[in-house]
Design a protein. Structure first.
Length: 386
């Protein structure tokens, strides 16, 4: 079977809600990623066969063929096509997998997979809530779905509580995990681990090059004092991912393109898996999805050197590690979305960018990325650093 290779990755530094990236139109954020991928790889942008853009809240500034608008705002020629996809939080991880599938099938040779989300300018869920406020329609969950599952209240927050309870975690454990995320992210930032990943963006007063969500002053007492989302639960804003603005992208090519355009691969894509399960608990699917991916790849959990498991909520990577038996020291080594932020549609490509760079920085070989997604879906991608 033909192989797919990652030759370049790039991301913006995360911006807090209303923070450094508040004045950046999301199409321009995407454009900067495209420009960086072309500049860093040295490829002629005109040879890009397609641009696949993950975005969750496709409304307002992120509507109307949003992926195409990212291209039109970039330095790429207008001959480059684009498409926008939504697999909820896994949107740009799925973009990577679609790009790899296109290359592996032989139908395309050079594909950009990326994601963009401005949660400041297009608030989370606004593509649903604004319709509801206008009295248009009944919402995304039809009567058939309600009859099948007994509810229309499919909530990631409820799902996170269900996962925490099912796996026997305490709030103290969730808060301790959150603190470690900040500590690891701060150490990675201070050690220069993110420098090669990040695209500097012009903002008032200088350039945006540092993830705004990292709390250098985080303490367990401070995290534990944050109000719970449900008084009877364990989830708080402090042990959940941060609302974030950002964009990230990955350039995926065929072996023929490597030779034709004299490109140097950073990684080879080993396995592409997507599974789906219970949409009510919703966020637990990375566990069986990882089992399936390892089985299909003929690998064991100990064969993997580094793991990126999206920190949508602390109990998700914790339950994943408990289920798989993965070494916690290999998990989210540079922190995760609790500290770095979770710009929804961009997070999949952000995790992949960090995973590729982390493997190279440590001289390690195999990496696995997974994340929980709305509707009870999960993607798993295994790569080999080259």
């Amino acid at each position: 079977m033909a192989h797919a290779y990652i030759v370049e990755t790039a991301r913006t530094a995360g911006g807090r809600r209303g923070g450094a990236l508040r004045d950046w139109h999301p199409a321009n954020l995407g454009a900067e990623v495209l420009n960086a991928l072309v500049a860093r790889s040295g490829i002629d942008g005109a040879v890009i066969d397609d641009v696949i853009v993950g975005c969750v809240s496709q409304g307002g500034e992120q509507s109307f063929a949003f992926g195409r608008n990212c291209v039109l705002a970039s330095n790429l020629p207008q001959s480059v096509p684009a498409v926008t996809i939504d697999r909820q939080c896994g949107s740009s991880q799925q973009a990577v997998q679609f790009a790899a599938q296109a290359v592996m099938s032989g139908t395309q040779d050079v594909v950009v997979a990326m994601g963009v989300e401005s949660m400041t300018r297009v608030p989370m869920g606004s593509n649903v809530s604004l319709y509801a406020k206008a009295g248009l329609g009944e919402g995304p969950f039809s009567d058939r779905i309600e009859a099948r599952y007994g509810t229309k209240n499919f909530s990631q927050f409820i799902g996170a509580e269900m996962v925490a309870q099912k796996h026997g975690f305490t709030r103290a454990e969730l808060d301790a995990y959150a603190l470690e995320s900040h500590r690891r992210a701060a150490a990675a930032r201070d050690g220069g681990a993110f420098d090669a990943e990040i695209i500097p963006l012009a903002i008032d007063g200088g350039m945006h090059t540092r993830d705004e969500g990292i709390r250098d002053d985080a303490t367990l007492d401070g995290i534990s004092s944050v109000k719970l989302l449900d008084p009877d639960g364990m989830i708080s804003a402090a042990n959940a991912s941060q609302i974030c603005d950002g964009a990230a992208g990955v350039l995926v090519v065929s072996e023929a393109a490597l030779k034709k355009y004299n490109l140097t691969p950073k990684a080879r894509i080993v396995n592409l898996t997507v599974t789906a399960g219970d949409p009510v608990i919703m966020l637990e699917e990375p566990l069986p999805a990882t089992d399936r991916a390892l089985e299909r790849a003929g690998m064991k959990i100990d064969d993997i050197d580094l793991f990126e498991v999206n920190e949508a909520f602390a109990p998700i990577p914790m339950a994943w590690a408990k289920h798989t038996g993965a070494d916690p020291a290999k998990l989210n080594v540079n922190g995760g979305a609790i500290a770095l932020g979770h710009p929804l549609g961009a997070s999949g490509a952000r995790l992949m960018t960090t995973l590729v760079h982390s493997l190279h920085a440590r001289g390690q070989r195999y990496g696995l990325q997974t994340m929980c997604e709305g509707g009870g879906i999960a993607n798993v991608t295994i790569i080999e650093a080259l």
